[in-house]
Design a protein around this ligand. Structure first.
Ligand SMILES: Cc1cc2nc3c(=O)[nH]c(=O)nc-3n(C[C@H](O)[C@H](O)[C@H](O)COP(=O)(O)O)c2cc1C
Length: 323
C-alpha cells in the first residue's frame, strides 16, 4: 500500500469523498471508490431506509471499499441511523463522525469492525479524536462547503499545526479542487485529502443539474458564510435566498426565528429539486476551479494525475532552496 491512509482504507489513492448532506448518494460513493478513492454514503438528509438503499446501491456498483458519514448532532435522534449503519456494517469499511461529540459512538462502531474517521477543526479536538480512538483524523478548514467550525481556521494554518501533534494520519478537507490542492495538503503534513464540492459537480451525484450548473459558473468569490449570528458557520453559494438569510441575520433573530430559513428542507429544495430561488446550497471556496461535470471516478483519477504532475514540477524547489 502507498501510505497509511491507503492502507487503512484499502484504497489506491488517499482521496476521500466527504459526507454530503442530501447529495451523498450510493452511486456517487461507488464511482469515487471505483476511481481508486474512498466514497461515502451520507446519512444527513436521508431517512434510515433511504440510507440503507443507497448503501445497497453502492455495494452493488463497486467491489471496492467505501464508508458512511454520520454527523452526530444532525439528527434529532441518532438511534435509527446507528441501527441502520449496524445493519449494513458488513458492506462498509469505515465511518466518519462529524458535527458533534463522537465519544459514545466510537466503541460501538469499532466493535462493529469499522475504521473510525473523526472530523475536527482544531489541534485540541484533533488530539481528543485521537485519544478517543480515531484511526484517522480529518481536519476541515474554513474554506470548506457546508457546516464549518466557528473557529474559522483555514487549512493552511490548521494542517501543519495538527499534523505535528498527531500520531494517527491527518486528512485535509476544505477548498481542495485540483492536484495543486492535493499536493499542498501533503506539503502541510496531511496524508490524504477529503473533497466535497468537487464531487457534487459529478455525473453520479444526485444533486440537481441547476445546482451543478451554478458550481461550474461560479468564480472564486461565489461563496458566503451564513448562520454566524447564531454561532454557526455554514459556507454556501451566494444566491438571492442565501443573501436574504444574511439580511435577516442583521436583525439579530433568535435561533427559533432563523430556523425556518436554515432548515435542511431549504437545502433540499435547491440541491435536489433544483428550485434554486427557494433554498440554499453548500459550496466550498475552491469552486472557481470546477469547469466540467465528469464521472466521479474520472475526477479521482484526474486528481491523482494532477498530483503526480504538480509534485514532479516541485523538484525545482531543490534548486530554489539549495544551500
Ligand atoms: C453539499 C455538501 C454537503 C455536506 N454535507 C456534509 C455532511 O452531511 N456531513 C459532513 O461531515 N460533512 C459534510 N460536508 C462537508 C464535506 O464532507 C467536506 O468535508 C467538505 O465539502 C470539504 O470542502 P470542499 O467542499 O471545499 O471540498 C458537506 C459539504 C458539501 C459541499
Amino acid at each position: 500500500m502507498r501510505n497509511r491512509v491507503c492502507e487503512l482504507l484499502g484504497i489506491q489513492y488517499p482521496i476521500i469523498q466527504g459526507g454530503l448532506a442530501y447529495v451523498g448518494n450510493g452511486a456517487l460513493a461507488a464511482a469515487v471508490s471505483n476511481g481508486g478513492g474512498f466514497g461515502q454514503v451520507g446519512t444527513a438528509g436521508r431517512s434510515p431506509e433511504n440510507f440503507k438503499e443507497q448503501v445497497r446501491i453502492a455495494a452493488e456498483s463497486t467491489d471496492k471499499p467505501f464508508g458512511v458519514n454520520l454527523p452526530v448532532s444532525e439528527h434529532s435522534d441518532n438511534t435509527p441511523y446507528i441501527e441502520a449503519i449496524l445493519e449494513v456494517k458488513d458492506k462498509l469499511t469505515a465511518i466518519s463522525l462529524s458535527a458533534g461529540n463522537p465519544k459514545p459512538l466510537v466503541p460501538l462502531f469499532k466493535q462493529a469492525g469499522l475504521k473510525i474517521m473523526i472530523m475536527t477543526a482544531s489541534v485540541k479536538h484533533a488530539l481528543k479524536a485521537q485519544e478517543l480512538g480515531a484511526d484517522l483524523v480529518i481536519c476541515e478548514g474554513f474554506e470548506a462547503g457546508g457546516h464549518n467550525s466557528p473557529l474559522e481556521m483555514t487549512l493552511f494554518s490548521l494542517i501543519p499545526q495538527v499534523s505535528r501533534e498527531l500520531q494517527v494520519p491527518v486528512v485535509a478537507a476544505g477548498g481542495i479542487a485540483n492536484g495543486q490542492g492535493v499536493v499542498a495538503a501533503f506539503a502541510l503534513g496531511a496524508e490524504g485529502v477529503q473533497l466535497g464540492t468537487l464531487f457534487v459537480a459529478t455525473k453520479e451525484c444526485e444533486a440537481h443539474d441547476n445546482y451543478k450548473k451554478l458550481l461550474i459558473e461560479a468564480k472564486d468569490d461565489a461563496t458566503m458564510v451564513m448562520e454566524r449570528s447564531i454561532g454557526r458557520v455554514t459556507r454556501v453559494l451566494k444566491s438571492p435566498f442565501a443573501q436574504k438569510i444574511l439580511e435577516f441575520e442583521k436583525t439579530r433573530p433568535t435561533v427559533e426565528e432563523l430556523l425556518p430559513y436554515i432548515l435542511g428542507r431549504n437545502n433540499r429544495v435547491a440541491a435536489i429539486e433544483g428550485r434554486i430561488e427557494e433554498g440554499w446550497m453548500n459550496c466550498g471556496q475552491g469552486v472557481g476551479l470546477i469547469d466540467t461535470i465528469d464521472s466521479a471516478a474520472d475526477v479521482v483519477r484526474r486528481l491523482a494525475r494532477e498530483a503526480r504532475e504538480v509534485s514532479a514540477n516541485l523538484d525545482i524547489l531543490q534548486n530554489v532552496f539549495a544551500e
